[in-house]
Design a protein around this ligand. Structure first.
Ligand SMILES: NC(=O)c1ccc[n+]([C@@H]2O[C@H](COP(=O)([O-])OP(=O)(O)OC[C@H]3O[C@@H](n4cnc5c(N)ncnc54)[C@H](O)[C@@H]3O)[C@@H](O)[C@H]2O)c1
Length: 423
């Protein structure tokens, strides 16, 4: 098969991590792409990523600063890894130019933004894949198999509670700015995708939301260690950000959710937690419960059935004999029933991004719908905004449908205005 000419648009942290994923695919002999261009509005970043690509892929892509440059340099597909506020316009422009698109989550910074993209995609045969990686972790595939295979019985309850960060900047300044995607939305769209991936659609929510830490601190600006540095590629950009700044986006969200199935969800995300970093996620059913480690952590699942028998890690596999990973995940992780257990964050991160690229290539080749497309991407942001809209309104019950159809959008109104949407 001829390789698909690809450009990465956005050469920051995630653009770099995507390249690491592409290199894993290349190493496995499964790369359907030819990386012809890397672009960024900051030309120096594009140059740096081109150098990284040369050392990992053996070929140096050309560089540019815009989508138009990528097209000029021969791209037929683009991977959009810019900051969120440009996802919908860049993806829509690419689709209108006849390109196939993979775009990082969130598919749009607001529902109105994502709907504008939906209007552009409608009626075309272009592929639009949303790069949602968490569900592709073999550990999460196994949770889904436990739920679907009835091992947990009838699903009754989803629980997730995570916290940390204190008053430090979370990776980058834009993750604390409401108009650019605060941290609750940035992290939350992963988690809402996971909620619906495991247990199906959520119908309604209610929530409380807070901005606890109004001033955020960035130690990397004054020579300190980066506040957070996932994938090890953010330290340099953090050094150029202010040492302290005022946050405009909330940093804590506490919600209850109703699933269409009748199950209940409880969700707490405290990005202003002091003293410790916390994590708990579990799914509970009429026959047992499974404790789920942090995505990409490489930690094992712990399953308890009838309060007595506990199964850890590989002991779970015989309970789901039909569990089978897709071919690419199997090849990269080490077999059709492989797990990520024991692998570190960087390794799992790269391998999951490799899987995303492989699926994007397959979707282009067969003109098929990717696993996470516009609809799934929209639902993930709608559920996240349903919680945030409820929290901003003081705890009213909000339906996901009302957020999706734009009836409830008070919280998003100022964001829409900031990104030029007059909805
Ligand atoms: N799936 C994941 O696990 C994961 C992890 C981190 C980030 N992300 C997502 O990836 C995206 C990027 O995040 P990041 O951490 O890499 O941010 P970042 O700030 O490190 O990088 C963003 C880059 O986009 C560039 N850029 C901005 N506007 C542009 C434009 N119009 N055209 C071209 N380049 C432009 C910036 O100059 C910057 O280099 C976000 O949507 C974020 O939510 C996903």
């Amino acid at each position: 098969m001829e390789r698909i000419p690809l450009a990465i648009i956005g050469s920051g942290g995630m653009g770099t991590r995507h390249l690491f994923g592409l290199a894993e695919l290349e190493r496995a002999g499964l790369n359907p792409f030819d990386l012809v261009a890397v672009c960024d509005i900051d030309g120096a970043r594009a140059e740096a990523l081109a150098g990284e690509a040369e050392s990992r892929l053996g070929r140096r892509p050309r560089t540019g600063t815009s989508l138009a440059d990528a097209v000029h340099l021969g791209a037929a597909a683009v991977d959009i890894t810019t900051v969120p506020q440009f996802h919908h316009t860049l993806a829509a422009e690419a689709i209108s130019l006849g390109l196939d698109v993979m775009v990082e989550k969130p598919v749009g910074l607001t529902i109105a933004a994502a709907q504008q993209l939906a209007d552009q995609v409608s009626g075309t045969d272009r592929v639009l894949s949303v790069a949602e990686n968490f569900r592709r972790d073999p550990t999460n595939r196994l949770v889904k198999a436990l739920v679907d295979g009835g091992v947990l019985g009838d699903p009754r309850y989803f629980h997730q509670s995570s916290g940390g960060g204190g008053n430090l900047m979370a990776i980058s300044m834009w993750r604390h700015m409401k108009d650019e995607s605060g941290i609750l939305f940035d992290a939350g769209t992963h988690y809402t995708d996971m909620m619906e991936y495991y247990l199906g659609p959520v119908t309604s929510v209610y929530a409380q939301m807070r901005l606890f830490e109004k001033t955020r601190y960035n130690p990397a600006a004054t020579g300190g260690a980066p506040a957070s540095n996932p994938g090890g590629v953010y330290g340099q950009s953090q050094a150029a950000m202010p040492a302290q700044f005022e946050a405009t986006a909330e940093d804590a969200l506490y919600a209850m959710a109703n699933f269409a199935s009748g199950a209940i969800g409880q969700y707490a995300e405290n990005r202003a937690e002091h003293g410790r970093t916390s994590w708990a996620r579990s799914v509970h059913g009429s026959a047992g419960a499974v404790e789920i480690p942090k995505d990409r952590s490489g930690e094992p699942l712990v399953l308890t059935l009838e309060s007595t028998r506990t199964y850890t890690g590989a002991e779970i596999l015989p309970l789901v004999p039909d569990f089978q990973l897709d071919d690419v995940t199997a090849a990269l992780f080490g077999g059709p029933q492989a797990t990520a257990y024991g692998k570190d964050f960087e390794t799992v991160d790269r391998l999951l991004l490799a899987v995303e690229y492989a699926e994007f290539g397959q979707a282009i080749d067969s003109r098929s719908k990717p696993e996470v497309g516009l609809e799934e991407g929209l639902r993930a942001i709608a559920l996240c905004y349903a919680m945030m809209e409820s929290g901003a309104a003081g705890g009213t019950i909000v339906t996901v449908d009302d957020v999706l159809n734009g009836t409830v959008r008070e919280y998003q109104r100022s964001i829409d205005a900031a990104i030029g949407i007059d909805a």
